[in-house]
Write a protein that binds this ligand. Structure first.
Ligand code: ADP
Ligand code: MG
Length: 227
């Protein structure tokens, strides 16, 4: 379990424009949202509607043009340097469409990777990684290699890795995009279960409406706004 106090994620009037030859491309036009611990929020929207842009801004991988993202007392949009690195490491977990597991590392080693910079501070380690792997159905298979796993199994390992440092927030960009329907549903249900148990806020981008219905809230990104 995370030793960090419960925090809310708040987006207030987030805007993003990309410069193009034809002038600014306004992708986000004032996105506001509040998420509480344990909530799983599905964000749907057509391709190009700005879903990845929104997740990247929340995860501080990209900068908003205007507006504010706060996590608890922390103004994410104002973070720089060491504070920014610490935010990405401790406050946010990421799950992508491609699992991004390292092929030369075992399942356990992959889950432990995000803990390496924290080891000196005595944070999450092997015990937490093994507990998470047990939770996602990998008890006794910690030494398997990613290439021997199915797509669904790889995403289960990816969620364990995203949770290992006990972040209050997990951002998932099309995490079931490469999975068949049944497997995708099972992975989505696992995410919802883990979010509830660990009181994690989970934002999941998906273009699959059926899948979106399995999460606790469903929002649509359209014309740069959330509805
Ligand atoms: P989605 O994830 O919903 O498919 P994206 O957030 O990837 O949408 O993209 C939204 C829009 O922003 C698209 O029109 C895309 O071309 C544009 N875009 C995304 N990233 C960049 C970038 N780094 N530079 C310029 N335009 C971008
Ligand atoms: Mg995208």
């Amino acid at each position: 379990m995370s030793d960090q106090p419960a925090k809310r994620l708040v987006l207030d009037g987030v805007r993003k424009a990309y410069a193009t030859d034809a002038g600014p491309n306004e992708v986000l036009r004032g996105v506001s949202l509040e998420v509480r611990p344990g909530e799983t929020v599905a964000i749907v929207g057509v391709s190009g509607s700005g879903k990845s842009t929104l997740l990247n801004i929340i995860g501080s991988l990209d900068r908003a043009t205007a507006g504010r993202v706060t996590l608890g007392e922390m103004d994410v949009t104002a973070l720089e340097g060491a504070a920014l690195a610490d935010y990405r490491r401790r406050q946010v977990g990421f799950v992508f469409q491609d699992h991004h597991l390292l092929p030369q590392c075992t399942v356990l080693e992959n889950v432990l990777l995000p803990t390496l910079p924290m080891a000196a501070a005595g944070r999450a380690g092997p015990a937490e990684a093994e507990e998470l792997l047990r939770r996602v159905g990998f008890a006794g298979r910690e030494n398997d290699f990613p290439q021997h796993l199915s797509g669904g199994e790889r995403q289960r390992v990816a969620i364990a890795r995203a949770l290992v440092n006990g972040p209050p927030l997990v951002l998932c960009d099309e995490p079931t995009g490469n999975l068949d329907r049944r497997t995708g549903e099972a992975v989505a249900d696992l995410f919802v279960e883990l979010a509830g148990q660990r009181q994690v806020m989970m934002l999941v981008v998906t273009h699959n409406l059926d899948l979106a219905g399995r999460f606790s809230r469903r929002l649509e990104l359209r014309d740069g706004m959330l509805a």
